[in-house]
Structure formats: C-alpha cells, structure tokens
Design a protein around this ligand. Structure first.
Ligand code: SF4
Length: 308
C-alpha cells in the first residue's frame, strides 16, 4: 500500500498565528477566548490544558482579557466587548480582514451585499453583523429566493471552495440579468491551495483520509471535494477513528487535512497508515470492532449536516 499526501494540507498561517498569540498572551495574564479559536477538538484540548478558557458568550468570560478568534468579528461585537470593560486581544486572520474590507467597499459603492457562506457561521456573522441589510446564500435554491436589486455586491466566506463560489455568482447573474453583479474574490489562498491539492490527491487515490475537526467547515468542504473524484473518502478527527477494513486491497491511500488540523494529528495518521502498510497493524476481529466503536460518527463519506 502506498501512502501519498496532498501537496498542501493542514494548518494555515492564520490558525498557527492565532494559537501562538493565545499561548503568548496566556503566559502574561489569564485569557478567555470568545468562541472556539479553531474548530478542532485536539487544538482546543491543548489550549484548555494550558489554562486558556473558552466562553461562548461574553457573560461567561471570567478574565479581564478576551481573545477574538481567527474567524474575526464585527465592529458591533468589538464595541460591546470593550464597553463591557474587557481588554481585547485580536487574533483575526489578516485574510478575514481582507474579506471585511471587501464587503465594506461593496456597500460603500452602493451594492447590495451578498455573502456566499454558511449562515450562522462565526466568520459569516462577523462579516454581516455591521450591515443594515444583506443576504447569505450557499446554494442555487438560496439564489432563487433573493429579491431583485439593481446592484449586487458579492463576497465569500474565506473557506468556501472557489469553484462553488464562482458557480453561484454565475447563477446570480443568470437569475438577475438586468442587475449589475460585482464579485470580489475573498476565498483565502490557503483554502484554494488545499482544495486544488485535494482534487489532485483524490484523482490518484483509491481511498482518501481527510483529517479535521467534526465542526470544521473547510474540512467538510475537503471531504466533499475529494468525494467528487474518489468513491472512498473517510473523515477522521484523530488516528483513533481509523479502521483497518477501509484499507483492505487498497493500493494508494491519499492523506489531506483541514486548515485547523495540527501537524501531530496528521503525523499520527500517517504513522498508523505506514504501520498498516508494513503489516505492523492487524485487523481486529469484527466483534471487537463493534464493541469498541458501536457508532463511529466520523465514518461517513460526506456528512449530511455539520454545525459550522
Ligand atoms: Fe486565514 Fe484562510 Fe486560515 Fe481562515 S482558513 S485563518 S482565512 S488563512
């Protein structure tokens, strides 16, 4: 069995910098992160072990210093945090700031803002909370429900696949031929690189393993993209989720990972696969598999639903 890895995979600079900032800050003063710094359980458990707290709401913050995550937030939320007496440490990724500026520019120039992204996702909330009016779309059905406007200004959540974004922009133009549609591409470069590399990987693989958090949007998008080119795609959070039977009679296994997946999670999976390839790992009996893992929640090619 041959194991290949995507040319671009795993943690992006935005997430690395945010984690680094959280670790540095927490050494000088107690720190609470507002929301998940990243959508990856392994990373969050590591931060928690170092005494860094996470609060879903401002009311749950018990420290003077609050960190805004790499996903960014609105000016409205920033003001609320500051007015409540907290000190803000901002870990917003610079490429999320680019998306914020793009949306602001579209609105200033008189376009009605449309965000291509997942409604309710923390980054999309940050992009839209300061706007008076806007729409969020993620499918052609969503576009069919839009009201006609003279000028649409479109930007995207940074982790959406660019092909999907372009297809939806085309759909918008077809649906409203009399409207002006201006699109600013705000999908970030690391997402584009990982998506393109995932396509190449899936085309060469009999089985693809995608490593990433259960609630990571970009990981789910990688799973969907790989599934278009390879019939056997498995999403795992950690090495514990791997199953020997997925790799029976397989010649090439491809490995990729989302932008919030730590290097060590990738290494553990690759080491396990190498062990299997060298026949150091044996298939457990079916009975044992059932008893240890009655419901493997990650054993799906394409999850039907995910939170964000
Ligand atoms: Fe920044 Fe893109 Fe990483 Fe998000 S996925 S933190 S926008 S580099």
């Amino acid at each position: 069995m041959k194991i290949i890895r995507a040319e671009h995979l795993g943690m992006c600079f935005g997430v690395r910098d945010a984690i680094q900032l959280a670790l540095e800050q927490s050494q000088s003063e107690p720190l609470t992160i507002l929301g998940d710094l990243v959508h990856n359980e392994t990373v969050l458990a590591d931060l928690n072990a170092r005494g860094i707290r996470v609060a879903r709401e401002l009311s749950g913050v018990g420290t003077h210093t609050v960190m805004i995550t790499a996903h960014g937030t609105s000016w409205k939320t920033m003001r609320t945090v500051r007015d409540s007496g907290f000190k803000i440490v901002e870990a917003t990724c610079p490429l999320v700031h680019v998306a914020h500026r793009a949306v602001a520019k579209l609105v200033t120039e008189g376009y009605f803002p449309i965000i291509i992204g997942k409604r309710g996702h923390v980054e999309v909330r940050g992009l839209t909370e300061d706007l008076e009016d806007f729409d969020v779309v993620l499918s052609e059905e969503d576009i069919l429900e839009l009201k006609e406007r003279a000028r649409f200004g479109v930007a995207a959540q940074t982790t959406q696949p660019i092909e999907k974004v372009r297809a939806l922009v085309d759909c918008l133009r077809q649906r409203f031929p009399n409207s002006e549609v201006r699109f600013i591409d705000t999908v970030c470069q690391p997402t584009k690189q990982r998506q393109n590399a995932a396509i190449e990987l899936a085309q060469q693989s009999d089985v693809v393993v995608v490593i990433g958090g259960a609630h990571s949007n970009n990981t789910h998008e990688l799973v969907k993209t790989c599934s278009r080119y390879c019939e056997r795609v498995h999403h795992v959070q950690t090495v514990e989720d791997l199953r020997v039977e997925w790799f029976e009679n397989v010649e090439v296994v491809g490995v990729t990972a989302g932008t919030s997946t730590p290097d060590k999670s990738i290494k553990h999976v690759e080491d396990w696969l190498e062990g299997l390839a060298e026949r150091k790992i044996q298939a457990p009996s079916p009975k044992l598999q059932r008893s240890t893992n009655p419901q493997n929640p990650m054993n799906e090619a394409v999850p039907a639903e995910h939170r964000d």
